[in-house]
Write a protein that binds this ligand. Structure first.
Ligand code: 8YV
Length: 330
């Protein structure tokens, strides 16, 4: 019989206490409170001399990292934690964590799927409607008194009945598609693989999808595989009458190419909840009236964040109890 040399085979079976759990970056307040009060866990200082000293003292003891989708366990940090056993991630996206290194070292990662699908899809629809119908610019037009002076707001673009391309037909992409069906839209998609049993039209590339549709909605997971998937070429296919909506990750879109396309009228407009270097939004985007800009609030409701916090803590408790995760990434 082959010998199992995996990390799980040789995993430390002693109980995990507070100084073996580290919080990485800011996390949801409920999670932060539980980590401090229930688990008495450590907090990783920001990168720099303080972190170096902290790691000299604690690195060998740390077995679990709890992080968010914004600040994860990146390549450097993970390589400095030789006995890391599990990463508990608040958020469905875990691209801020080095998941390749985690896979190589047999370190499982949990995330928070399902519970945020509806809210993120709702946000996509909000961006879809407000971008095509210029609702945010129209609101500014009322508030700044232009309407009161008797001017008419410029006509916008019909949102119902459009051909919409979903880039990444996972749970969130499918929830967006279902909502758009109610608006009479014709749904197309591109995904790493064609989805069995899905009636929407599949396209073999992001460029083909953009060329066949009026609006491109980005719902693909972030990470090295999808980086700059929406580049200048794809944007040129979105076209002068077309729109881009992104509720996924800023990294999926070449932001410089997007700014260029918007400034030069190569696309009609964009609705963005995510950016390349959050919370920084390029000045060029702030200056444009045909973009709707949101502060990465896709899952940001009381109900959903409470569900995400509960799922995060369920994963932590489960790992502490028997070494299993409730929602490991698949
Ligand atoms: C959160 C998200 O804002 O789940 C995700 O991947 O992008 C959002 O729900 C983020 O993860 C908070 O850390």
């Amino acid at each position: 019989m082959p010998t199992d040399t995996s990390a799980s085979a040789s995993r430390n079976t002693t109980a995990i206490t507070g100084n073996a759990i580290v919080r990485v970056g800011p996390v949801n307040p409920t999670v932060a409170k539980a980590l401090a009060e229930e688990f008495d866990s450590l907090i990783l200082p920001a990168a720099g001399a303080e972190r170096d000293t902290f790691l000299q003292v604690h690195a060998d003891a740390i077995r679990i990292a709890v992080c968010s989708g914004k600040i994860g366990v990146d390549t450097e940090l993970m390589s400095r934690l030789p006995n890391l056993e599990a990463v508990i991630n608040f958020g469905v996206g875990y691209d801020a964590t080095d998941f390749s290194q985690a896979a190589q070292r047999n370190i499982p990662i949990s995330n928070t799927p399902e519970v945020l699908t509806d809210c993120v899809a709702d946000t996509a629809l909000g961006l879809y409607l407000s971008t095509l119908r210029s609702l945010c610019a129209a609101e500014r037009f009322v508030r700044n008194g232009t309407w009161g002076k008797g001017e008419n707001f410029p006509l916008a673009t019909r949102a119902s009945g459009k051909r919409v391309g979903i880039l990444g037909l996972g749970r969130i992409g499918q929830a967006i598609a279902t909502r758009l069906e109610a608006f009479g839209c014709e749904i197309h998609y591109h995904n790493r693989s064609q989805k069995p049993g899905v009636s929407y039209t599949f396209h073999g590339s992001a460029a083909e999808l953009a060329a066949a549709t009026d609006v491109l909605i980005v719902a693909a997971a972030g990470g090295p595989e999808s980086a700059n998937l929406v580049d200048g070429e794809v944007l040129s296919k979105v076209g002068t009458q077309g729109f881009l909506i992104n509720i996924a990750r800023g990294s999926v879109v070449d932001e410089a190419a997007l700014v260029h396309a918007l400034q030069n009228g190569l696309i009609a407009g964009a609705g963005l909840d995510v950016f390349a270097k959050e919370p920084t939004v390029p000045q060029a985007l702030l200056a444009l009236d045909n973009v709707v800009l949101l502060p990465h609030l896709g899952s940001g409701t009381h109900e959903t964040r409470a569900d995400m916090a509960a799922m995060t803590l369920d994963n932590l408790r489960s790992y502490l109890a028997d070494g299993s995760l409730v929602t490991p990434i698949s």
